[in-house]
Design a protein around this ligand. Structure first.
Ligand code: PLP
Length: 230
């Protein structure tokens, strides 16, 4: 049963919290349902799971239409500014703000809809060419610009750590992210809250939680392997 997989993830999060002296209530598990059918999402919803992650605008729109119940959709993937209008009013949190241009467009659409859009700023700490996100040295400048945009509520930071065999190898990146998170918090920028630290995936979420993650994004570990050829 899917819910057993989900519960196992929750158990592992709890164990990681205990190890680190943290309260498990501080950590939200996002069930990353990309490529997975509605039936699987509904199976989890029926057990009370509310937070689902998707990385494609089209897929969020489709699933949003089909699932009428109030679940929280998390946009976790890179997307184009011209697609912002399709999802700003549908998602609970945009994890993947990776340019000032994207933030500006979110602001524009937020004003149109008269809403506030909670976002996270994606940081590419490992400087991987294949991944988006701000470089560490760009981060403070970007935060300053984004903090001035009406309708955009910065809630924290997000990181996609490198794919590694041994999750211990990502500990340095999680620790560094947590440090940045704390540094920014202490600077008390106007309009910038640091409440959410989104890091950790199937392969490394326990280590991420030990290092301070407050949102883990788990796909394979709940739903099984993804099949992109369907
Ligand atoms: C797909 C995806 C995940 C989940 O990956 P798993 O390894 O299957 O847990 C997490 N975050 C982002 C940004 C993703 O695109």
């Amino acid at each position: 049963m899917l819910i057993d997989q989900y519960k196992l993830v929750k158990e592992n999060v709890k164990a990681a919290c205990e190890k680190a002296g943290r309260d498990p209530k501080e950590v939200t598990v996002i069930a990353v349902s990309k490529t997975k059918p509605l039936s699987m999402i509904e199976e989890l919803m029926d057990c009370g799971v509310m937070d689902f992650g998707e990385n494609k605008v089209q897929e969020i729109m489709k699933k949003y239409e089909e699932i009428k119940s109030p679940v929280r959709w998390h946009m976790i993937g890179h997307f184009q500014t011209n697609k912002v209008k399709y999802i700003v009013d549908k998602v609970a949190l945009v994890h993947s703000v990776d340019s000032v241009k994207l933030a500006r467009q979110i602001s524009k659409e937020a004003l149109k809809h008269k809403i506030q859009v909670p976002v996270l700023i994606q940081v590419n700490l490992a400087r991987e060419e294949t991944k988006s996100g701000f470089m560490e040295e760009e981060l403070f400048g970007a935060l300053e610009e984004i903090s001035r945009l009406p309708g955009v509520l910065v809630q924290g930071l997000m990181q996609i750590a490198p794919f590694v065999e041994n999750p211990e190898n990502n500990r340095v990146y999680f620790r560094r992210m947590r440090q940045l998170f704390v540094d920014i918090k202490e600077k008390n920028f106007d309009n910038i809250a640091m409440n959410i630290l989104s890091m950790g995936m199937t392969n490394d979420y326990q280590v991420a939680v030990e290092e301070g993650s407050t949102m883990v994004r788990v796909g394979t570990g709940i739903f099984g392997e993804r099949d992109y050829n369907k």
